[in-house]
Design a protein around this ligand. Structure first.
Ligand code: GAR
Length: 217
């Protein structure tokens, strides 16, 4: 089976990276991870990559004079490892438009909110503070604007009255781990493509079931 070659970019714990590592371990998964890039030397995700026998590279942003040279180094690394799809998985640096443009429609991100709501940081705390009934997460193609781009997949997660930032983050993360490999599979199998500002799907069933919170009998 032809496998899509992934480059996964991380900054921290790498639980989404782990979900991708686990998915790629299955022989019938249509993608493989060629390289993991972290901008932080201490990122636990680097250990996850090493344990799985995957090439990992630390490109520490603090060692570069500016964003351009930092991103050029990342770009060279991804090219060197023949990456076809870049997966941002908790990569917490803003990327310049020129870098994003070089990977247009070949770079995806996971964000822990129902985009376009709650872009940026502290999404869970802000959603709880606003009293919205649903939080969630989004996998999307990356555009130069932060947390923007054609949406591939979303999960809506009910926010319960006693949820804290941590409890909600934990619940939503579980959905991220299901969705990230699923979104990669859709791309690898040619079932999703960018059409203008949106994604268009082929041979994909989009559910019709809505959610009400609090639920009605
Ligand atoms: C995830 O919740 C991801 O959605 C978020 O960082 C976390 C990384 O966790 N990403 C963003 O906020 C990007 N805007 P992980 O390192 O355990 O995968």
């Amino acid at each position: 089976m032809r496998k899509l070659k992934l480059g996964v970019m991380i900054s921290g714990g790498g639980t989404n990276l782990q979900a991708l590592i686990d998915a790629c371990a299955s022989p019938d998964f249509p993608a493989e991870i060629n390289v993991v890039v972290s901008n932080r030397p201490g990122a636990f995700g680097l250990e996850r990559a090493q344990k799985a026998g995957i090439q990992s590279v630390c490109i520490d942003h603090t060692e570069f004079p500016d964003r351009e040279t930092f991103e050029a180094s990342i770009h060279d690394c991804l090219k060197k490892h023949n990456v076809e799809l870049v997966c941002l998985a908790g990569f917490m640096r803003i990327l310049n438009a020129s870098f994003v443009g070089r990977w247009k429609d070949r770079m995806i991100n996971v964000h822990p909110s129902l985009l376009p709501s709650y872009k940026g940081l502290h999404t869970h705390a802000r959603a709880i503070e606003d009293g919205v009934r649903f939080g969630g997460c989004t996998i999307h193609f990356v555009r130069p604007e932060m947390d923007d781009g054609p949406i591939i997949m979303q999960a809506a997660v009910p926010i319960e009255p006693d949820d804290t930032e941590d409890s909600l983050a934990e619940k939503i993360l579980a959905y991220e781990h299901v969705m990230y490999p699923a979104a990669v599979r859709l791309i690898a199998e040619g079932k999703v493509r960018v059409s203008g500002r949106k994604c268009a799907f082929k041979d994909v069933v989009i559910g019709k079931t809505g959610l009400i919170s609090p639920p009605q009998p």
